[in-house]
Write a protein that binds this ligand. Structure first.
Ligand code: NDP
Length: 241
């Protein structure tokens, strides 16, 4: 897949899966417009050739909209930034729920609105990939707010696919299982929990960021020109186990 001359907005490009997506895109000729939070990550991204990095807290709706506009023009969009907080359902706080929905669901909507408005104005085609999770398909203990936020993101993906498809803009979701990133350390460092999860993955390992990034790049590319509105697991078979 060749992304020469293309510009791609990648949210959450500072770490983990987003970092790998940005790296792979740059390797294949794209210019990356990164939206991410930590200053150190922004500095590191700015040091890489062809990368624009914009610092933003995606929990802040107004700041997110401004950053999305600043990241234009762009050919493609990857909504990858996400966050989690582990709380049992009965102890899930309104504050944590709102924080997760703001970053995992609302921010992708805002960034996609600005990206799609731009493309429609310019009469250009495009593609959006929203990074969801297997957690949107199942009930993961201690992940009530996270599962809800990713289920909401899937709903947005499907509506985007319907409403933006006629404008030549495709929208798809990818659903990784546990992927070895800083977030996985936060959610899966309990060896007993991790072993239970691993047992249900037929290929016998957790995902690497590159496993997810390859699928994201495919869904952005013209090779996936007829793929619109899908939820693609990247889970080593977890969902059938
Ligand atoms: P990481 O925590 O490793 O990286 C997340 C990135 O998103 C960081 O650069 C982080 O910046 C950024 N980010 C988070 N919150 C904000 C915010 N409020 N404003 C701006 N940037 C923000 O996560 P992963 O790479 O593991 O996850 C990437 C995506 O994949 C997420 O959507 C996640 O839900 C999903 N996913 C991950 C799985 C996993 O096991 N790792 C499994 C399934 C799905 P900073 O560090 O500066 O806050």
């Amino acid at each position: 897949m060749d992304f020469n001359g293309k510009t791609v907005i990648v949210t959450g490009a500072g770490k983990g899966i987003g970092r790998e997506i940005a790296r792979m895109l740059a390797e294949r000729g794209a210019k990356v417009s990164a939206l991410t939070r930590s200053a150190a990550d922004v500095d590191a991204l700015r040091g890489e050739s062809g990368c624009r990095a914009i610092q933003v807290d995606l929990a802040d709706a107004d700041a997110t909209r401004k950053a999305a506009i600043a990241a234009l023009p762009a050919d493609f969009l990857v909504n990858c930034a996400g966050t989690t907080e582990l709380q049992p359902f009965l102890e899930t706080t309104v504050e944590a729920f709102d924080r997760l929905v703001a970053v995992n669901t609302r921010a992708p909507m805002i960034v996609a609105q600005e990206y799609a408005r731009f493309l429609i104005r310019e009469g250009r085609n495009g593609a959006i990939v929203n990074v969801s999770s297997v957690a949107s398909f199942i009930g993961l203990p201690d992940h009530a707010a996270y599962c809800a936020s990713k289920g909401g993101l899937d709903g947005l993906t499907r509506v985007m696919a319907k409403e933006l498809g006629p404008h030549g803009i495709r929208a798809n979701g990818v659903h990784p299982t546990v992927t070895l990133t800083p977030m996985a350390v936060k959610a899966w460092s309990d060896p007993e929990k991790a072993a239970g999860m691993m047992q249900r993955i037929p290929v016998g390992r957790f995902a690497e960021p590159a496993d997810v990034a390859e699928v994201v790049l495919f869904l952005l590319s013209d090779e996936a020109a007829m793929v619109n509105g899908i939820s693609m697991p990247v889970d080593g078979g977890y969902m059938i186990a």
